[in-house]
Design a protein around this ligand. Structure first.
Ligand code: ZN
Length: 641
């Protein structure tokens, strides 16, 4: 049998051309470049393989060592079982050991050695050629993604500054609710509630669904939000409590389009970066095709398929019935789907507090949780041995391992009197991240393929675990495994599905506005903040009028442009709905495996696919491209009943 070569040597010039494009006079003369190439270009499979193994070890060592240092330096500021953070700790918490890694690797020419032998492939090529690649070819292609650009420090600094300014602007944008008045001078909030835009404003609006007289306040928050988008808040009222104002009245002394100034600063930093990315010449391509690895156009049509579906109106009918009134635009944040209404949360909290008085107790219980998911005793013990549980200062999170001599870190916040049910639910979510991280690091065939395609794919794993939190409590010991896996208990409660569907409907519209704004910015590179504001308003109105007005009313509503992410996390929003899309596809597929052992084996097979592109991963996981069909099907079944 003839062995297929791992590399098409007619393509040798590809890597050389890519390296040549990045070679500067400081690196050497043209003759020196040619000499470097003839000395270092592998011309046989075995030489190339040896180099690949050696580089893989080098990258694993560098990334892992840097991460371990990071973890240690961040201990005081991130964990409660560490020293009280000092000024020095805060300084080092912003330190990035890998900040100059790329520069160093170009300077010592390891980057050029990598590029000439392991060229970069575009997303389109990966999705096309990658269908027939071996695992090794995939891993080699991933190596080709490491050094694709050399951005000068000055440009990187401009970017960091623009991000920091945007972050500070958002962090300082508070609305003092007790300073608000109705047009007839009534004060609706009496305590000095200070709400950060948009998160706290949205959460207050959501919480008001539980208050039977809450609608007048909801209307006022809605009014404030629209004024924020339009930049019509009186300047004196921003983060200042003494200035009394009426959201229904038009003011003239407003802020000078600062929200859009901050976005433009980021845009200008992107423009400065653009020339250094010949293969991805704008930030939209870099974010979607190189970051998320699904093109903006594809996400756009995925989202429109859901928000334009007939299911939306059916779910809206249910909401209208529950509210007993016509729907309003802010009902995109309807919070009345009582997920798991039958739960007695106090009882559950009593149980979780007793089970998990501290982080160690949760750590000790991890093998049992995994066994309950269907992993063998041996696998459960092995996976759990690579996860440490640590008490977080801030919110719970999972910190991935970057090498096979490092643990995945499950960070959770446990109060003095033990873990309450909500904390347990979040801990199980983070546990789902950690299990994914262990499987696709410790059980992966090539280090270069460790990880998942993008953040949405690790979220899907976290959701899969989180959904099963009740079944993982020891009380519900599985006696008849088969029926437990297939009966309703293993499935999400209907209201929980509807809740997620409705929040996808909301965040997909918000994402479309964010994405369309960046298209507009690149089409109008000379625009000023006032023009950008006008453009965002008309973009938000267009999305609203097409997909939301028919369901929620109000022509030309601008609510979809309120998210702060649009300012401080450009183009990040689409990751949220993508996580749910992936989750439902996996759930639908995994439901065919009707014993816990078969379920766990399939879950592991899928998460050991590693960092393929999102499409190829999905094709190999469930036999289909990313799609909203599974969630639409579930919602259709529920609304039919
Ligand atoms: Zn998560």
């Amino acid at each position: 049998m003839i062995k297929k070569p791992v590399h098409d040597y007619s393509e040798l010039s590809r890597g050389v051309a890519q390296a040549h494009a990045l070679w500067t006079p400081e690196d050497g003369t043209e003759a020196e470049f040619q000499a470097f190439v003839s000395e270092n270009l592998c011309t046989t499979d075995s030489a190339r393989r040896e180099l690949f193994e050696s580089l893989s070890r080098i990258f694993e060592n560098c990334y892992e060592a840097a991460d371990k240092l990071n973890v240690e330096l961040l201990r005081p500021t991130q964990l409660t079982n560490a020293a009280e953070p000092q000024t020095s700790d805060w300084i080092m918490s912003a330190y990035n050991p890998l900040a100059h890694f790329s520069d160093d690797m170009f300077a010592n020419k390891l980057a050029f050695l990598t590029i000439i032998n392991f060229p970069h492939y575009t997303l389109e090529e990966k999705n096309d050629l990658g269908r027939n690649w071996t695992r090794e070819e995939w891993a080699m292609a991933r190596m080709g993604d490491i050094f694709t650009t050399r951005v000068p420090a000055k440009v990187t600094q401009q970017m960091a500054q623009a991000y920091a300014d945007a972050e500070n602007y958002i962090a300082g944008y508070n609305i003092h609710m007790d300073a608000l008045r109705t047009n007839d001078d009534r004060q609706l909030w009496h305590s000095n509630k200070v709400l950060l835009s948009h998160w706290n404003l949205r959460d207050e609006l959501k919480a008001l669904y539980a208050d039977k007289d809450g609608q007048e306040k909801q209307e006022m928050i809605y009014q404030v939000m629209q004024r924020i988008v339009r930049q019509e808040i009186p300047q004196a009222a921003i983060s200042y409590g003494e200035y009394i104002w009426k959201p229904y009245e038009q003011y003239t002394e407003t802020e000078p389009f600062t929200r859009y100034e901050r976005i433009l600063d980021v845009a200008h930093a992107y423009f400065a970066e653009d020339p250094y990315f010949p293969a991805a010449p704008n930030a939209i391509i870099r974010n979607f095709e190189e970051g998320v690895e699904i093109s903006a156009a594809e996400l756009d049509s995925l989202f429109r398929a859901l928000i334009g579906s007939p299911q939306v109106k059916k779910v809206a009918d249910i909401i209208r019935e529950r509210l007993g009134r016509d729907l309003r635009p802010y009902d995109i944040w309807f919070d009345g789907f009582k997920a798991r209404a039958s739960l007695n949360e106090d009882e559950l909290t009593a149980q979780t507090r007793q089970l998990y008085p501290n982080a160690q107790a949760f750590a000790k219980d991890m093998p049992r949780l995994l066994e309950q998911m269907g992993f063998s005793k041996q696998d459960a013990a092995d996976i759990a041995s690579h996860i440490v549980v640590e008490p977080a200062r801030g919110s719970g999170h999972a910190w991935p391992c970057l090498g096979r001599d490092e643990d995945a870190r499950l960070r959770t916040r446990i109060p003095e009197n033990g873990m309450d049910y909500k904390g347990y639910n979040i801990a199980v979510h983070e546990f789902g991240h950690c299990v994914e991280q262990v499987l696709d690091m410790y059980r992966i065939d090539h280090y270069m393929l460790s990880g998942v395609p993008n953040t949405a794919y690790t979220e899907a794993s976290a959701f899969i675990f989180q959904q099963r939190d009740l079944q993982l409590l020891p009380k519900s010991q599985i006696t008849n495994v088969k029926s437990q896996m297939t009966n309703d208990k293993w499935q999400m409660a209907n209201d929980e599905v509807l809740d997620q569907f409705w929040s996808m409907y909301e965040i997909m519209g918000v994402s479309l506005v964010d994405m369309a704004m960046w298209q507009w910015i690149y089409a109008h590179p000379k625009a000023n903040a006032k023009e950008l504001c006008a453009a965002v308003i008309s973009i938000a109105q267009a999305v609203w009028n097409k997909y939301y007005e028919p369901v929620l009313g109000e022509h030309d509503c601008v609510l979809l442009a309120i998210y702060s992410h649009m300012v401080n996390a450009p183009m990040y929003l689409p990751n949220y709905p993508l996580g749910h899309i992936v989750q439902y596809q996996l759930e639908e597929h995994l439901a065919q495996f009707d014993t816990p052992a078969a379920f766990a084996a399939e879950y592991e097979r899928i998460y050991r696919l590693g960092r393929l592109t999102p499409k190829i991963w999905m094709q190999q996981a469930v036999g289909a491209n990313p799609s909203v069909t599974p969630i639409l099907k579930v919602v259709d079944e529920i609304t039919r009943r």
